[in-house]
Design a protein around this ligand. Sequence first.
Ligand SMILES: [Zn+2]
Length: 240
Amino acid sequence: MDVSWEGLGWERLGNGVGRRRLPVWDATAALVAGADRALLFDTGSSLREGAELRSQTQRLLGRRVTHIALSHPHFDHVLGTAAFAGAEVFGAVGLAALLRNGREELHSSAVRHGVPEHEAAEAVDVLVAPRHEVCGEWTLDLGGGLQVLLADVGPGHSGHDLAVLVPGSPAVVFCGDLVEQSGEPQAGSDAVPSRWPAALDRLLALGGEEAVYVPGHGAVVDAAFVRAQRDRLAARFGVS
Ligand SMILES: [Zn+2]
């Protein structure tokens, strides 16, 4: 059985690497598959969406997602995690405590943004906090010579921003909401504007000039776009 990424609504970005732009909020969920293990970056806005990602990734790979990395603690990126029983979950340092203590806030934020109340309630009820926290950088060996880097590049868009670098030619950097292409970057009450430009400098240092940068929301961009967004944010927040 040969299932195509495009056929399931995914954008293929390399060998075993792709992402889907999820409906409604256009959040990216990304998949990176090595010979032995497969990493999902973000899990959608509900258990229903997480379960759909699980069945799609199973069809694409013919095997399970073994690892999950969460870009940051916003509802549209983390509420599907419980659909992946047994996966090892990673997040930026401090994310686990924030998710454990922030269920109410996550629930109300999801409902405010239009997630049906029962779906939000169900998802926060079984919310999965990361068992592994990344401070600095963490290399994850997916097998067959593919090692991806999880990098705690924040804070910026939130207090806990994690990016993923997939080496290759070109390299792919999954940026989470530190980069947005479909609109102006969203700065909510948990954003740390004064540190956001520096987080984008770290993203650019990770990927370099040739990498493909995948925003949390919107189309794939290049280093020049990320640098321009960095400069606009610095001007908007009055930091250099
Ligand atoms: Zn966000």
